[in-house]
Design a binder for this molecule. Structure first.
Ligand code: Z15
Length: 816
């Protein structure tokens, strides 16, 4: 595949770019203009992948193999162009081709808008998994929604987050292939009607529905230089003709257009809440819309192979539910099999359980999805009936196995009765699946021991773990070319498709010459980032300082506040001249807050206010700088992570299911300061205790403290530095114009019990940060630790994770 073919030459590439500029864009190729040539290059690269894509898709049909359907309401692929170029192995050719036109490839790449079709970790994980499915040649597809508006565009105005529209399709994307002929009808509302079939059996049908069409839009996901191109199919809502006609017939033209617009709203916008569903009707409509469209596509492919019976459906189809967002799939497949295909309930249920598997991504109680019975009953009346029937049979069974255990029935039921009747989507996903997995060892343990304990007792063996992973193609090769080259120069390039090869680097950890080259690369990355920050924010930062990064969604459980308290503490020490082992630091914060999450938005304001005070204080000089980078996204992460010295992974133990940013940092040679939470634990295990900065209460401690006896006020009273920092926040030191502005933050810590145990971990955190500084003062030690982090991160490749899913859950093997 890497053999130079004729269309891989620089000359053919140049011809194609100019041809596309002229004949696809209808633009004069002279003089070469950046935006036009960027698109010309996109189309030329796309041409070279399309053939491989068609061939891959054809090979699936020829071999009639079992396929995986990765269903996710979110994908965060990041920019495509470089990913496609490197997958084709054409980076040098592309550089040269555009250089001959007087252009710079790296500048062209910056023209591309990030497709923000996800919120954070969950969406990015889905994209890493697509990359690995393609690279490992696991036959399958990603399914989701093509939102017109992705995650909002964040700006910071006067220290506050402002949300803007992310109209990413404003310019037609060359990567989205619209399949206007692939349309499925999707129904909503109406009612379920009983009738008698010809054999005299009572059956049900869904009637008087409103409908909308789902149009397929495809995006290619190439494997790394293996000729395999996986498809990501995203649905877009298009109004139905019938729907319009009804109004037109009544002479109601405006009404017709209005209802058309309304139905197309389904795929209009991504909900911006990471880990906190809001129970909005349109969101449920999105979920069912994409589920119903995907199942019509799955059935279309299944039928094409002329199977005589549905019994072999699970031998052809594995459906992975990325969180509970697509969990209504279980009721949909039951409806199809029972109502449309006339299978018995028992047969249909067996097929369902053999088809689905479910990944849980959180144990935060507020994140567990429920939908009111009222809403489901109105929007999906037949599905509600099916859910009730699933529940009835399930509870019957539990009742027989555990007679008299009413408590058990209540805790396991699909229906929660506490605050109005609610359907618990996680329970539906668990009982409708053959396997349920958590995303890191600790997380999976918590699922079994706490959150879903009764289910685990009921179905021993159903719960399992697949620790998350990240793709080394994007997160090392593409994001960090300098480090990749250095690594390649000593151990070759096998690591790109087998990350365990990085372990060969360990032999060089103490080699002074290698250490020096390692430091040079890291220094260069830091300079590049400094230049970017200067360009974007007009703020000058010093690459000689320790780059300390806390970049992720803003959420109380991720404890950005703990970091801020440390910053204020250092600030106070500098001002009072009592700095022990201080190393000049630059603190980077980045991340979005859900627009309705007021506390998180106030945290952003506080970070910026502290930054303003610190950066503007002449007493601080170059000792400490705080920057908040607006609009964190995949391509910003690619710039930040390779320049980090220190990675902040400081969530309250037990609350971060896995984290994947933690893996990206360690892979790029940053050291982690972190709690025993999520995948941090496994990262520390492989990189070694000596190469990780650990602090804080354990998950068991947290559990105990939450059961009673925790007194944050007592900690506040007894720690002078902590008290001082909190008093400064609450009395307006950082907000002189509005002294009580940050009171809600201090109140959550002191008056409302400090649920996230910030105060409980403060002292240990500050002490461990001092150890960080001390290590940083010894470059040979730090560099050794850094190299050993990269060297030992092989386990965290998403290739490893995907192969575990394939072998243990999906039962599919790679194509040969
Ligand atoms: C999300 O990004 C995550 C969990 C969720 O329940 C939702 Cl709705 C969104 C994250 C976890 O917080 C993070 O720990 C994990 O690494 C990531 O999913 C991928 O599993």
């Amino acid at each position: 595949m890497t053999a130079p073919e004729s269309n891989q030459s620089v000359e053919s590439l140049k011809d194609d770019i100019q041809r596309h500029v002229a004949l696809t864009l209808g633009s004069d190729p002279f003089p070469p203009r950046k935006e036009r040539y960027y698109l010309g290059l996109c189309y030329s690269v796309r041409d070279r992948l399309l053939g491989q894509w068609l061939e891959t898709q054809r090979s699936y049909y020829d071999s009639i193999t079992k396929r995986v359907y990765y269903m996710s309401l979110e994908f965060l692929p990041g920019r495509f162009l470089m990913n496609y170029i490197q997958a084709l192995g054409m980076e040098e050719e592309c550089r040269e081709a555009v250089r001959d036109f007087g252009l710079d490839l790296d500048e062209l790449l910056e023209e591309e808008w990030n497709p923000g079709l996800g919120n954070g970790g969950l969406g990015r994980l889905a994209s890493c998994y697509m990359d690995s499915m393609a690279t490992c040649k696991i036959p399958g597809y990603g399914y989701g929604i093509l939102y017109d508006y992705g995650i909002f565009y964040q700006t910071i105005v006067n220290g506050y987050q402002h949300e803007g529209c992310d109209n990413w399709l404003r310019q037609d994307s060359p990567w989205v292939l619209r399949r206007g002929h692939f349309m499925f009808l999707i129904n909503f509302y109406g009612r379920s009607e009983a009738y008698e079939d010809s054999a005299g059996h009572e059956r049900f049908r869904w009637v008087d529905t409103e409908s909308v069409m789902a149009m397929a839009c495809d995006i290619m996901v190439p494997g790394h230089q293996n000729g395999h191109v996986t498809n990501m199919r995203l649905w877009k809502a298009i109004s139905t003709r019938d729907f319009e006609l009804e109004h037109f017939n009544r002479g109601d033209y405006i009404g017709a257009v209005q209802s058309k617009v309304e139905s197309e709203n389904i795929s209009k916008v991504l909900y911006p809440n990471d880990t906190s569903p809001r129970g909005k009707e349109l969101r449920l409509r999105q979920q069912y819309f994409f589920v119903a469209a995907t199942f019509q596509d799955i059935l279309r492919r299944f039928r094409k192979n002329n199977y005589s019976s549905f019994d072999c459906f699970p031998d052809q189809v594995a459906v992975q539910l990325n969180d509970t967002h697509p969990a209504i799939s279980i009721a949909e497949l039951m409806r199809i099999l029972v109502d449309d295909e006339a299978l018995t309930w028992e047969t249909a249920w067996t097929i369902c359980q053999k088809t689905f598997s479910y990944t849980n991504h959180t144990v935060l109680p507020e994140a567990l999805e429920t939908w009111s019975v009222e809403l489901i009953g109105r929007m999906l009346p037949r599905h509600l009936q099916i859910i009730f029937e699933i529940n009835r049979r399930f509870l019957d069974d539990v009742g027989k196995r555990f007679p008299g255990r009413v408590d058990l029935l209540r805790s396991l039921s699909l229906i929660a009765e506490d605050d109005g009747k609610q359907v618990r989507m996680a329970h539906l996903a668990i009982i409708g699946s053959h396997t349920v997995n958590g995303v890191a060892e600790l997380h999976s343990k918590i699922l079994k021991a706490r959150l879903f304990k009764d289910f685990d007792n009921l179905y021993p063996g159903k719960f399992t773990n697949v620790t998350n992973g990240i793709t080394p193609r994007r997160w090392l090769m593409q994001a960090n070319p300098a480090l990749s080259e250095l690594i390649g120069s000593v151990i070759g390039n096998e690591w790109i498709h087998d990350l365990s090869h990085l372990s060969e680097l360990a032999a060089y950890a103490d080699d002074p010459e290698f250490q020096q080259r390692w430091q040079e690369v890291r220094k260069r990355n830091k300079k590049l980032l400094a230049r970017y920050v200067l360009r974007k924010l007009g703020v000058g930062i010093n690459p000689a300082t320790l780059f300390d990064m806390h970049i992720k969604r803003i959420h109380e459980y991720k404890r950005q506040i703990l970091n801020v308290l440390h910053v204020i503490t250092i600030y106070n020490r500098i001002r009072s001249g009592s700095v022990a082992h201080h190393v000049p630091r630059t603190l980077f914060f980045a991340g979005k807050a859900a627009p309705g999450y007021l506390q998180a938005k106030l945290i952003i304001k506080l970070i910026n206010a502290v930054g303003q005070a610190v950066n503007g204080d002449p007493a601080v000089g170059n000792e400490l700088r705080v920057v908040f980078l607006p609009n964190y996204c995949v391509s910003q992460a690619e710039k930040l992570i390779p320049a980090a010295d220190l990675s902040e992974q400081i969530s309250t133990a037990g609350m971060e299911a896995s984290g994947t940013g933690n893996m990206k940092f360690a892979l790029n040679g940053a050291l982690t300061i972190g709690t025993l939470d999520g995948a941090n634990i496994e990262i520390r295990e492989v990189v070694g205790e000596d190469n990780f900065f650990l602090f804080g209460h354990t998950e068991e401690d947290v559990h105990r403290l939450h059961s009673g006896g925790y007194d944050p006020v007592q900690i506040y009273e007894s720690n002078i530095e902590l008290k001082k920092a909190l008093d400064m926040i609450s009395t307006g030191f950082f907000s002189p114009e509005a002294p009580s502005l940050f009171r809600p933050i201090v109140d959550s810590l002191l008056a409302h019990g400090d649920y996230y145990l910030v105060l409980a971990d403060y002292a240990k955190y500050v002490a461990e940060q001092a150890r960080v500084s001390k290590c940083y003062e010894d470059p040979a030690l730090w560099t050794r630790m850094s190299i050993l982090n990269t060297a030992n991160m092989g386990k965290f490749s998403s290739d490893r994770a995907i192969m575990e899913y394939a072998r243990n859950i999906w039962k599919v093997s790679p194509l040969t």
